[in-house]
Design a protein around this ligand. Structure first.
Ligand SMILES: [Zn+2]
Length: 162
């Protein structure tokens, strides 16, 4: 697998004191990738700081989600599992999806098989699709909601590579 440079374009950098070069490459499978090389100490530093800030924000988002998931497991896992106690897989799916139909029934079955049982899969659901599970449970947990809200507010597209 080799990348071949298809196009390079050099122009002034953002501050105008130096230059930056846009490079477009393509591989044997016609996939493309592009990057911008910054040849200006000032702009380069600014870019590194932006990337570091992105990383800090992502770390914080992960931390907030982890905390919300921990709280949900501590507080609601028993209640969550008892909601589905004695149900067939299909009835559990109906309850979980609430008529929305996502995931599809077949996918839900596959997930159960993969997880090694309905309750194991449902435990996974509680953390991986926390907001939906709380809706199904009709629980309004202010502390969890606050964590998820803060996480959502921190979302922004990352600044891209290089
Ligand atoms: Zn510059």
């Amino acid at each position: 697998m080799s990348w071949e440079v298809m196009q390079t374009k050099t122009g002034p950098c953002a501050c105008g004191a130096g230059t930056e070069t846009y490079v477009l490459e393509m591989d044997d499978w016609n996939r493309t990738r592009s990057a911008t090389q910054i040849h200006c100490p000032g702009c380069r530093k600014k870019r590194e700081q932006e990337l570091a800030a992105d990383q800090r924000r992502e770390d914080r988002r992960d931390e907030l989600l982890r905390r919300a998931q921990e709280l949900a497991m501590e507080r609601y896992s028993v209640q969550w599992l008892s909601l589905f106690a004695g149900m067939t897989k299909k009835a559990a799916w109906q309850r979980y999806t609430d008529g929305v139909g996502h995931p599809a029934l077949g996918t839900f079955y596959q997930h159960i098989k993969h997880a090694g049982g309905l309750s194991k899969h449902l435990e996974w659901c509680l953390t991986s699709d926390l907001e939906r599970c709380l809706r199904v449970l009709e629980i309004n947990d202010a502390e969890i909601a606050e964590l998820l809200k803060e996480r959502a507010q921190l979302w922004k597209p990352t600044s891209g590579s290089m």
